[in-house]
Ligand binder design. Structure first.
Ligand code: GLU
Length: 309
């Protein structure tokens, strides 16, 4: 395998003059306070090695990357019947778009746009109090990352609860169509807390390993999902993981990935490893600007694109 540490060091050095590019998410006040001049990257390989660079041990708000873990939980709970409530097609619209939801009668396009993720949270909430559902997610993420120190940042969750008007609109809209079973405040309580998970690149890269290794974390031996399910989650990440920037991400990087407005991206190189990058400045569609550039460099230098080297 290529010298991954040298590649990471090279990417970091080349991007150092560009730190601060993009715009930090400011519609969630607590995220607006984050220093944009930070950059971290970590790779966890299926043979058990971890390489990292920059601020790879600094926890950040993983935001929508949490949707991958919630999707895994929801599929474990209700299996393929999840797809009666959420689609599997790229949206071509913004992450928080309402328009499409009305046209498609309350069925969100995919589990990674906000509406779809809120429906997924509703599924995970089923049979639980909100606090228990949040606890279930936290236990799951600690399990897949093999790290008991991972926490949820309550300040971020509170900040979004106070300002997440569009998410309230989406949830109410779906409830009106019968696609949300629980009180909207409960569902969003779960959703805002999952988005407020605080993880470093190193923790995130380890947490994503099951997706790179046919559903089983190769370091711990923990079986998380079947190989078929891991493959399918990767397919959804590739086609829908970057909102209306998904095509562009596939074109430039060529790896399944999921972004979050905290500036993180989790990418998966099937059979090879899991990569996490963090740089808070976002591009116009809400994905980490330098994070995507860094992953493009990594894919080019390693030949890891799923479409060939
Ligand atoms: N918590 C954010 C929201 O619901 C997540 C968006 C994202 O990370 O893309 O607006």
């Amino acid at each position: 395998m290529a010298d991954l540490q040298a590649i990471l060091d090279g990417i970091h050095a080349e991007l150092s003059s560009r730190l601060g590019e993009g715009k930090v998410a400011d519609y969630i006040p607590e995220l607006a306070k984050v220093d944009p001049n930070q950059f971290g990257m970590a790779i966890a390989t299926v043979d058990g090695n971890i390489h990292s660079v920059g601020h790879a041990d600094v926890p950040f708000s993983i935001q929508s990357i949490s949707k991958v873990f919630m999707l895994t939980l929801a599929l474990g709970k209700v299996g393929e019947s999840l797809w009666n409530r959420v689609g599997r097609e790229p949206s071509g619209t913004a992450f928080n778009s309402i328009v499409q939801l009305e046209r498609e009668e309350g069925i969100p396009r995919n589990p990674f746009v906000n509406a779809g993720a809120i429906a997924v949270s509703d599924v995970v909430l089923s049979g639980h109090a909100p606090r228990e559902a949040i606890g279930e997610l936290l236990r799951f993420v600690r399990y897949v990352a093999d790290d008991e120190t991972i926490t949820i940042d309550d300040k971020v969750a509170r900040s979004e609860t106070q300002t997440g008007f569009r998410n309230f609109a989406l949830a109410n809209f779906m409830r009106a169509y019968g696609n949300i079973d629980h009180p909207v405040e409960h569902v969003l309580g779960v959703y805002f807390h999952q988005c407020a998970l605080s993880m470093s690149c190193q923790q995130l890269a380890k947490a994503g390993l099951y997706l790179a290794a046919r559903g089983t974390n190769p370091i711990t031996g923990h079986s998380v999902v079947s190989p078929k399910r891991a493959r399918r989650i990767n397919a959804l990440m590739l086609t829908c993981g970057h909102y209306d920037g998904s095509g562009d991400f596939a074109y430039h990087v060529g790896l399944p990935g999921k972004s979050g407005v905290g500036g993180g991206i989790l990418a998966v190189a099937p059979g090879i490893g899991s990569i996490a990058v963090w740089s808070p400045g976002l591009n116009k569609v809400g994905n980490s600007q330098l994070g995507a550039v860094a992953l493009e460099m990594l894919a080019a230098r390693t030949g890891w694109s799923v479409f060939g080297d």
